[in-house]
Write a protein that binds this ligand. Structure first.
Ligand SMILES: [Zn+2]
Length: 270
């Protein structure tokens, strides 16, 4: 069965990973701009990173028959320096007009600070002015619940937001209900250490249903599994879910969400 990994960091992965993804049935990936494991020394460093995502990684994935879609933004960790973040935000429009760039992401909160919120409000404003899709990172572990609430409060306060054009990612058992109840897309990240396991993700899908759920590996430079989505497909199948349901979660849903972007084009495999 074909699938999308709607949130993964190909820039941190090898060609072996791309080959394994292709062999498992991956036909498309979404790659949000994120923290590369170190703080960048200047806005030019982000400029080159956005070029990497929109030019080079796109080509690398294409060599394995995988369509590559990018998101650009200022990640929550580097959003703390507001003046620096503004320099990076000024670079975004050029990239948002490129083919296969889906919108602004991943943006959000890390430690839920006032500075992070200031940067986030400016990113959201740019997204809404340009009618861009938005992809939100929610904080890790103990900061997740408060950070998710803060993001939902900010979005609720802006009447321009179309909730169907927003994904709140890295949802867990204590936040996914909030996100789905308010009409957003909910991302579940499958991670070997923090975040959700395939079993826990399956529990959540059984509790909430497949509608507006996106599952992803968020595979990056740390311990993570680029094949986490096919692992979930295996667990769903072993727990008795139909191929229609599985396909809906790993293929139809990401396709429907991405398809709202004006820069998205996709030819389904024959
Ligand atoms: Zn990520």
């Amino acid at each position: 069965m074909y699938f999308f990994d709607p949130h993964t960091h190909i820039a941190s992965r090898t060609t072996d990973d791309l080959k394994a993804l292709a062999k498992a049935g991956c036909v498309a990936v979404g790659e949000p701009a994120f923290w590369m494991g170190f703080d960048r020394s200047g806005a030019k460093s982000f400029y080159d990173y956005f070029r990497q995502l929109t030019e080079w990684e796109r080509k690398r994935a294409a060599n394995y028959g995988i369509r590559h879609y990018a998101w650009v933004g200022v990640n929550a960790k580097e959003a703390e320096d507001v003046a620096f973040a503004r320099e990076v935000i000024a670079l975004l429009p050029e990239f948002l007009d490129r083919p296969d760039v889906l919108g602004i992401g991943e943006i959000g909160l890390n430690k839920n600070t006032r500075n992070e919120v200031t940067t986030l409000l400016e990113l959201i404003d740019l997204a809404l002015k340009r009618d861009e899709l938005m992809l939100f990172h929610t904080p890790h572990l103990e900061d997740k619940y408060a950070g998710t609430r803060m993001i939902l409060d900010i979005l609720r306060g802006d009447s321009r937001v179309d909730r169907n054009r927003v994904c709140i990612d890295h949802c867990e058992e204590h936040t996914i209900g909030l996100v789905l109840d308010e009409g957003y897309w909910a991302g579940i990240t499958l991670y070997p250490t923090t975040k959700a396991s395939a079993q826990r993700a399956t529990d959540m899908i059984e509790q909430y249903g497949p509608e507006r759920i996106l599952v992803n590996s968020s595979a990056d430079w740390g311990p993570s599994d680029p094949l986490a989505v096919p692992e979930l497909m295996f667990v769903l199948r072993s727990r008795g879910h139909s191929s229609t349901t599985i396909r809906r979660i790993v293929y139809d849903n990401p396709l429907a969400f991405f398809n709202q972007s004006r820069n998205f084009s996709f030819t389904p495999p024959q």
